[in-house]
Design a protein. Sequence first.
Length: 232
Amino acid sequence: MSKLLVCLALVLQLAAPEKASEETARYLRLSEKAPAAECTFSIRRAADGWEIRSVTGRGDVRLTVTARYDAKDQLRDAEAVLVKGDTKKTCRVEVANGKARVKREGQDAQEFEVPAAVIVTSAPDWTDTFLLCRRHDRTKAGKQETAGLWIHPEQPAQRLTFSVEKQGADRIEHAGEKLELDRVTIRIRGNTPYTGWTDAKGRMIKLMQTGTPLELVLDGFEKSVGGLKLPK
């Protein structure tokens, strides 16, 4: 092969887009009766950016939140779709020049500045806690803050600041392997404190809240995290 062809092959190889990838994560809500499906996350990645979608709810009530980002983590657009039986309501987010314009049917649009990596979330939705655990830097001490954009088809949007802070570590055994989990305090809308457990991959393994029966667990870990309790 001539040098020209070799150089051309290398250029085409470098210019080729990265292979797209997709991952999913399913969470269960524990109860005295039996675990029930709470939410599912889908993350799609490509060379030009990524998308995260969460679906939360059961029966005829379902909330889907989707946010799309470019390769530099700048928000491109987002939406929240609430389905109640035969009724469907949508909230859309358009982004231009670092500003998000939030539109709800029959309401004036709201505008917010949105920095890169802003977390788009809603309620009931767990994208905020899921991504805070994913982004938590285990090598750093202290509170780690992230911008948040809370949207909802039936309520005004809010520009918030979320935080995650390591409080300690706990060990569990899962599938014959010992895992060390960071125990973190997470604060989201309303400054509500949650306790989360994350692994070295940034996965939210379990989430609890003081004063409530909330126990969210990554599917497959139900038996492994039984010993993880809220700190006294």
